[in-house]
Ligand binder design. Sequence first.
Ligand code: TMP
Length: 209
Amino acid sequence: MMNEPQFITIEGIEGVGKSTQCALLAKALNQNYAVEIELTREPGGTKLGEAIRSIVLDPDLPSMTGHAELLLMFAARAEHLSKVIRPALSKGRWVICDRFTDATYAYQGGGRELDNAAIVLLEKLVQSGLTPELTILLDIDVEVALRRLMMRGTTDRFEGEQRGFFERVRASYLNLAENHPNRIVVIDGSPKEGVVHESILSVVRERLF
Ligand code: TMP
């Protein structure tokens, strides 16, 4: 078994079931492999990060500029890396993070159509070379995801976006997976949650153990 603590991220559009899968993966790794897990999310994971999360998801703030949104995501990430992610890895804990910088490329780069150069710059500044070892991209048809969201009922500032926005986000995610085949593994997010969980677990076993 690999002793190095691992940094795993799970990505995908709204409604794909990321958060459920993060929790299932954390539980399975802890129970089956006695791995200590830090389960966290972005934006969020720290007091400041969660406060930033409330701001960026607030549907009553629809007029935020793309750059303001981008900088808030990286402000939350800087805090998260310094107070949660790096300390956990240095204590030997594995980090499972519900979204990370791929979400910025997909949502701010793809969805909001901001220039990727700004994201590249901020990624270098904030992460100083730290990237996930493995990223699971849960992929799903936008139509199916939007139907699931409608059933959930609540709508935050992103969930209120139009179909075209989510099509751009999904396309950017798939493009990232093509450009980073060694790090990003695409898994079909449409089957039942137990089936998706088994697929994720087998990728993690194969790649990290
Ligand atoms: P969720 O992870 O609970 O779905 O909500 C977080 C929202 O924040 C989601 O709509 C994606 C968005 N987001 C970005 O736009 N950029 C980012 O860098 C991150 C981490 C999230």
